[in-house]
Design a protein around this ligand. Structure first.
Ligand code: SF4
Length: 688
């Protein structure tokens, strides 16, 4: 028997825990602790524990599939690549769009970005960051000059006051939750704001149970209280920030008095005052947030409000402070860094910047040029374009994403995908979106390839190949390079190893320029920015100055706005969505894991006990949940833990898909959908 351990990085959430894959006779059979990682110190959550279980699932894709007469037929790689190359060549550049992936490696994403802009010459490329943290990228870049988590995970344990808003951290980023508990054990105050008393909230010292979508109002109210009492950090504001007067003018309005904020948010005034005092006076306060903040039509406003609060109190650039955007997926940070967004190349070099455009056009050496230096469509906009402007986008190439579960308003998404002339899906399983494809390409998973991923704290860590891919499945960048070669661009995709892809990417990417596989191949790896081979990496951003042209952070007055769709007589409740500790996103991996699926095998709708009583609904009863977009049948979970008037559904489950109900209302800047608030009604299912 041949037994070995292969150290790698977890393929689930953005925390970036390391563990060993246990490999027996060439097959991954388990996981084992890896104690040297400073991120998780040998510990993992349930998803990390069972991260081997989907790898050898019996329904892994093993051969290319081509749809013929409405049915998938197995094909050779040569047949599939030839068909794709012919079809891709038949479209005009901007008739094609590519979706990259927060699931795959930096190398895979760089290859997809280069393929879209260099081979297809389309300006349309995006990925699912649009659905989770597009507002973070836009919001933080606007006020700090860098759209990423400011601090590192480890230094949360040094905080004196942790304020979590819009994140169920203990379930969705459990090993970050561990750092919060370490801070609390050392005496830190822990404030939690959310419409639900989640597992995270149950550990808090102060719980602010606010109405979904009233984040800006709550934070403006806290800031008014801070300024009124003179608790702001005057020295920090004076030396390091612009815009204080504008911020003050907004937050000191009467509408943000304790009484008014209490009435809008539903949080008692004394709790808002206590939160403001604890936060401002601790000496080192950290904000942690996730999609409760970002997935709103005011997502960018919410993010900027978090930044305002931190600049007002001087809680930036030091351990235990910061605006800590907890990125959802393992490599969503990396996919953004790799330029898989419709407005930037790698490291956020703007496509509309002539110097950046020239740098990539000259450096890549495509004989017939690259895509124009214009902004492309976001994935959320794409779905509207497909239905509203038929024929404008004809061809879509999706790598490792599943919009038929993850995107808002699924009936609309289905309609949109059906308008396509040609759809290629590259994945490890035949997911719900792949069913609509013309060609499906079998990809290798994280355990079957070398590569890097960038966690929420900007730490770039390695995957290491532990077993061969099943059947004829191949690594994502290898597949992309094969298509490019068939289309006549083999010279631009010459790589033989992931390391060669990484080195090319780093040569175009200032924040990764000092990184090599040799430097990353150690437990602590490196945080970007790491601009030179001698640079030690940057665990904490904005220590001396912000990334703005004048080095100062930008405070802005943010007026409060309600969500686009608020409850009315017909749909009297607010629906919010989220995740469970046992499942992961669209369930393609966790629902194939026996040990995870057993814990929470289907979805539910959380209803407050008082609301359930009014509706005559009992715990565990099947009910109908309806919105203006559609309806689903789902099990009621009656609980005191959710705010009256609010209901919650986890979005993992195809059989009761929350996104049938959600609304494709978008933040005007980030184009992120408002998955955290729409109007819903719930009905008993009448006996026949
Ligand atoms: Fe994986 Fe996140 Fe769990 Fe860590 S906390 S083991 S990265 S899912």
């Amino acid at each position: 028997m041949d037994l070995k351990y292969v150290q790698t990085t977890c393929p689930y959430c953005g925390t970036g825990c390391s563990f060993n894959l246990v490999v027996k006779d060439g097959k991954v059979v388990g996981t084992a602790p890896y104690h040297r990682s400073p991120v998780n110190e040998g510990k993992v959550c349930p998803k990390g524990t069972y991260a081997h279980e989907f790898v050898n699932a019996p329904d892994r894709l093993t051969k290319p599939l081509i749809k013929k007469d409405g049915k998938f037929v197995e094909a050779t790689w040569d047949e599939a690549l030839k068909l794709i190359a012919e079809k891709f060549k038949s479209y005009k550049p901007d008739e094609c769009m590519c979706l990259a992936s927060a699931r795959v490696s930096n190398e895979d994403n760089y290859a997809m970005m280069k393929f879209a802009r260099g081979v297809l010459k389309t300006k349309h490329i995006d990925h699912c960051a649009r659905l989770c943290h597009a507002s973070t990228v836009a919001g933080l870049a606007n006020i700090f000059g860098s759209g990423a988590m400011t601090n590192s995970i480890g230094d949360i344990a040094d905080s004196k006051c942790v304020f979590i808003i819009g994140s169920n951290t203990f379930e969705c980023h459990p090993l970050i939750g561990r750092r919060v508990m370490q801070a609390k054990a050392k005496g830190a105050k822990f404030i939690y704001a959310d419409p639900r008393l989640t597992a995270t909230g149950k550990q808090a010292d102060l719980f602010l149970q606010f109405r979904s979508g009233t984040d800006v109002c709550l934070m403006n109210g806290m800031m008014q209280e801070i300024i009124k009492n003179g608790w702001e950090n005057k020295e920090f504001i004076e030396k390091r920030c612009n815009g204080f007067d504008e911020l003050k003018k907004e937050v000191m309005k009467d509408e943000y008095s304790l009484e008014n904020v209490s009435s809008v948010t539903g949080v008692p005034a004394d709790k808002i005052k206590t939160a403001a005092e604890w936060f401002a006076k601790s000496g080192a306060s950290a904000i942690l947030y996730s999609m409760g903040i970002t997935q709103h039509t005011t997502g960018v406003d919410n993010v900027k409000s978090c930044g305002n609060l931190q600049m007002l109190t001087g809680n930036l650039g030091r351990a235990g402070t910061g605006v800590n955007a907890l990125r959802g997926q393992n490599n969503v940070q990396g996919a953004c860094d790799m330029g898989c967004l419709p407005v930037v190349y790698t490291a956020y070099q703007k496509v509309i910047d002539e110097a950046a455009q020239k740098k990539f056009a000259d450096g890549w050496k495509f004989p017939d040029g690259i895509a124009k230096g214009e902004n492309g469509y976001e994935v959320t906009t794409l779905m509207n374009v497909l239905t509203d402007k038929p024929g404008e986008i004809k061809c879509l190439y999706i790598m490792g994403e599943n919009p038929m579960i993850s995107d808002p308003d699924l009936t609309h998404v289905e309609h949109a995908l059906k308008t396509l002339d040609f759809l290629v899906v590259q994945d490890i399983f035949l997911n719900e979106t792949a069913e609509f494809a013309d060609v499906v390409l079998p990809a290798a998973c994280y355990a079957e390839k070398d590569g890097t991923q960038t966690s929420t704290e900007r730490r770039v860590q390695m995957w290491r190949k532990a077993q061969d891919p099943p059947g004829e499945a191949k690594g994502d960048w290898e597949i992309i390079a094969s298509i490019a070669e068939k289309m006549g661009y083999g010279a631009q995709f010459p790589w033989k190893t992931s390391e060669e892809v990484f080195n090319e990417m780093a040569s175009f990417t200032p924040s990764y320029a000092g990184m090599t596989y040799e430097r990353l191949n150690r437990p602590e790896a490196l945080h970007w920015p790491c601009p030179t081979k001698e640079h030690p990496g940057t665990p904490i951003l904005h220590g001396e100055k912000f990334g703005m042209p004048d080095g100062k952070g930008l405070m802005t007055g943010i007026p409060f706005k309600w969500p686009q769709e608020v409850p009315d007589e017909e749909y009297p409740y607010v629906l919010t969505t989220g995740r469970s500790i046992w499942q992961w996103h669209t369930g393609t991996m966790t629902r194939r894991s026996v040990d995870l699926e057993r814990e929470e095998p289907t979805g539910w709708i959380e209803i407050n006990t008082g609301d359930a009583k009014k509706l005559g609904i009992a715990d565990k009863e099947m009910v109908k949940a309806k919105t203006r977009r559609g309806e689903i049948t789902i099990t009621a979970r009656v609980t005191d833990d959710i705010k009256p008037g609010v209901m919650f559904i986890p979005f993992h489950y195809v059989e009761c898909a929350a996104n049938v109900l959600t609304i494709n209302a978008l933040d005007p800047i980030a184009k992120i959908p408002e998955s955290k608030a729409c109007a819903v009604r719930v009905e008993k299912i009448q006996e026949a």
